[in-house]
Design a binder for this molecule. Structure first.
Ligand code: C2O
Ligand code: CU
Length: 541
């Protein structure tokens, strides 16, 4: 093959943040990692060399990978990890996406430092469906722990408690002016008065949903999750882990210094960090000495309606060149709770509520990884690796009010239940939040597909009334969507990508606790509707 190749060498590299130096896992010594730049329709190969000390896998978040889950990356779902000292060549097929996506480790918490952006330009010979920006700028949001991130999660899973919160939020790897020892390295964007900048914003944080805004400037959103949206102008954006937002910034203010600021949104009773990460927009031209950047408005940390209003403003572009194909008739209606739970500790008491451990589940199954990946088990008919009895809740009765069947749901079963779909079935999935241990927002992410977000609501999903409120005209196409606190979200997609595809909460602590499931999409009848064979160099378990 003549595909363009990237070399990704994963190794430990010393970095200094917050007055301390530590080794972090990186790709090619960079944090954030290298950016992949492609055009829609292109295929590339990434040669991954694991020179670090941990088993790892890499995932291309939001890339459909038609019929080829072998390179998708989630550990024990589509591959066994790449062991230290080994390598794996991953083929990334960009077929339908356009805009900003990203890649990250998909085996454990080392994704805190091992991640980078993917920029998918329009097909060769075509242009953006919005005015050509003068410049493009990546804004990657992240988190920094002074401790080794692997210790943070190991400690949390051992004690059964919430993991420690990070020590800083970051923009392009830098905490910014408001954190100790950080000011000289704050990310700076120098702008020409009158010019337009396309901000490609990625939320690569582990556990935090953000509000972000720019002082005195509004943003015009033009894309999300690698698909184009109807332009809309806003004073702030909200972005959950996994999500990407493309937005235009017009440098139309008097020359000076302006902060880009981001801080966490949190509606539940989970541990909370109210610090703010900043970058600076600086206009070309004379700046008065000692001038302080002005600070932007940001919604309150618990402003759920600010969050949901922003999410509801995302609409598909729906033009001749950007048609939509939202399924109007549903053949497969699925519903799943997404819950934080507690489970009993092995023998002694642990540090979760009432001496239990914290857990998380979908339809009361707390997912546990198998010891070989589900994709190879499915492809090679190896039994005993997964079950296909994912439970459904036909009566549409939920318990977010913590009254009715609360006891039944409180202790989840640990398992590996997959959802099997026929090829080209038209699927509606309603994700229902509950309030068992606590009500929290969950950014749910599906691999192998983008889906249309047709509705959101608060309270229990009402199967008779709520579908009447769906947007079937221009729903946004996303790969990560928020399920609001004590509410529900409805998504639709056509199961036209055969293979094994992971679904999980993109808050890393919830995924670690088991808020995960797997879709198996069966083959269609003709040969271009079937799962492709594995490459010869799949890592062994
Ligand atoms: Cu961003 Cu399952 O991943
Ligand atoms: Cu979650």
């Amino acid at each position: 093959d003549s595909f363009r190749r990237y070399q990704f060498v994963v190794n430990e590299t010393p970095f200094t943040r917050l007055c301390e130096t530590k080794n972090i896992l990186t790709v090619n010594g960079l944090f954030p990692g290298p950016t992949i730049e492609v055009h829609k329709g292109e295929t590339i190969v990434v040669d991954v060399y694991n020179m670090g000390n941990y088993n790892i896998t890499l995932h291309w978040h939001g890339v459909k990978q038609p019929r080829f889950p072998w390179s998708d990356g989630p550990a024990y779902i589509t591959q066994c990890p790449i062991q230290p000292g080994s390598n794996f060549s991953q083929q990334i097929i960009f077929s339908v996406e356009e805009g900003t996506l990203w890649w990250h480790v998909h085996s454990d918490w080392s994704r805190a430092t091992v991640h980078g952006a993917i920029v998918v330009y329009p097909q060769y010979g075509t242009t953006y469906p919005f005015p050509q920006p003068d410049e493009e700028v990546l804004i990657t949001l992240g988190e920094w722990w002074k401790k080794d991130v692997m210790e943070v999660i190991t400690e949390a899973l051992t004690t059964g408690a919430d993991p420690n919160i990070s020590d800083a939020f970051t923009i392009n790897g830098q905490p910014g002016d408001l954190y100790p020892c950080s000011q000289p390295e704050t990310f700076q964007l120098t702008v020409v008065p009158g010019a337009t900048y396309l901000l490609r914003i990625v939320n690569a944080a582990m556990n935090d949903i953000f509000f972000l805004s720019v002082a005195n400037h509004s943003l015009t959103v033009v894309g999300t999750d690698g698909s184009c949206t109807k332009p809309f102008t806003t004073d702030y954006i909200t972005i959950s882990p996994g999500q990407t937002i493309d937005a235009l910034l017009l440098a139309d203010q008097p020359p000076g210094l302006y902060y880009i600021a981001a801080r966490a949104y949190a509606s539940g009773s989970n541990p909370f960090d109210n610090t703010t990460t900043t970058a600076v927009v600086q206009y070309y031209g004379p700046i008065y000495p000692f001038q302080q950047p002005s600070f932007p408005y940001l919604p309150d940390y618990n402003d759920t309606s600010a969050y949901i209003n922003f999410s509801k403003s995302l609409r598909s572009l729906t033009s001749e060149s950007y048609p939509i194909d939202v399924p109007l008739n549903v053949t497969t209606q699925l519903i799943s709770t997404v819950s934080i739970n507690t489970i009993p500790c092995p023998n002694t008491s642990c540090a979760g509520p009432n001496g239990t451990r914290l857990a998380a589940s979908m339809n009361n199954i707390s997912f546990v990884n198998p010891s070989i990946d589900i994709l190879q088990a499915y492809y090679n008919h190896i039994t005993g690796v997964f079950d296909d009895q994912f439970p459904h809740f036909p009566p549409y009765v939920f318990n977010f009010t913590a009254d009715y069947p609360q006891l039944i749901l409180e202790v989840p079963t640990r398992g590996r239940e997959v959802i099997v779909l026929d090829y080209e079935s038209t699927v509606e999935l309603v994700l229902q939040g509950t309030n068992l241990v606590t009500g929290l927002d969950h950014p749910m992410h599906l691999h192998g597909y983008s889906f249309y977000v047709v509705g959101y609501g608060f309270g229990n999903f009402d199967k008779d009334k709520d579908p009447l409120t769906y947007n079937l005209v221009d729903p946004p196409l996303q790969n990560t969507v928020i399920v609001p606190k004590n509410g529900w979200t409805a998504i639709r997609f056509i199961a036209n990508n055969p293979g094994v595809w992971f679904m999980h909460c993109h808050l890393e602590r919830h995924a670690s606790w088991g808020m995960e499931t797997v879709f198996i999409v069966k083959n269609g009848n003709d040969s271009n509707a079937t799962l492709l064979p594995p490459p010869p160099d799949m890592p062994p378990c």
